[in-house]
Design a protein around this ligand. Sequence first.
Ligand SMILES: *Cc1c(COP(=O)(O)O)cnc(C)c1O
Length: 221
Amino acid sequence: MNSIAQNLKHIENTLPSGVTLVAISKTKPIPNLMEAYNAGQRIFGENKIQEMTQKWEEMPKDILWHMIGHVQTNKVKYMAPYVDTIHAVDSLKLLKEINKQALKHNRKINCLLQIKIAEEESKFGLSENDAIDLLKSEEVQKLRNVKIKGLMGMATFTDDSNQIKNEFDKIQVLFKQLKTTFTEFDTLSIGMSGDYKIAMDCGSTMVRIGSSIFGARNYSI
Ligand SMILES: *Cc1c(COP(=O)(O)O)cnc(C)c1O
């Protein structure tokens, strides 16, 4: 088996410049993350606030922490002191809470709107129209402590690469459309271990890769 550092190097070599790699370290122990850190990785993604906060407390402070999981409004306060980017914003209520908590710490938190592109019912996210309405709403314009930098999406979990490509194309079209109005838009977060090569063909600027760096996750322990 390859080392974490070797996996990281291999993936970095396949990414075009301008594509940011978020190393998804959920469920993995700190020594694994430190191996990636020592190989130069500085952006890590987690999907549970408690786990991310513990890792933030114990690890070097030049790491940028990305929350990639679904966020409950009442949990925002726990990550507001340090989180760099929240990927799965899907309501005005959540956006307002992030703004309120960021203001308490005199910070600006980067946010991505999660768009529902997969067929599967279980996937979270806004419809394209709801995302457009949200961005255009007066209330959102007033939020000074969040910066909405772009969109995030997850394709259907399938072997059918045409379906994945169609889903990524949908979000790419929306991203390009919104970029013309919202000049702060620079991030399209699509692509995971199984589909990041397709995502790059569809204009991804940020990939979220876990198992191809750290190995398969074991949720039973
Ligand atoms: C776990 C997760 C990833 C990474 O998945 P891998 O298949 O391990 O690369 C990416 N994005 C989200 C939202 C995730 O929950």
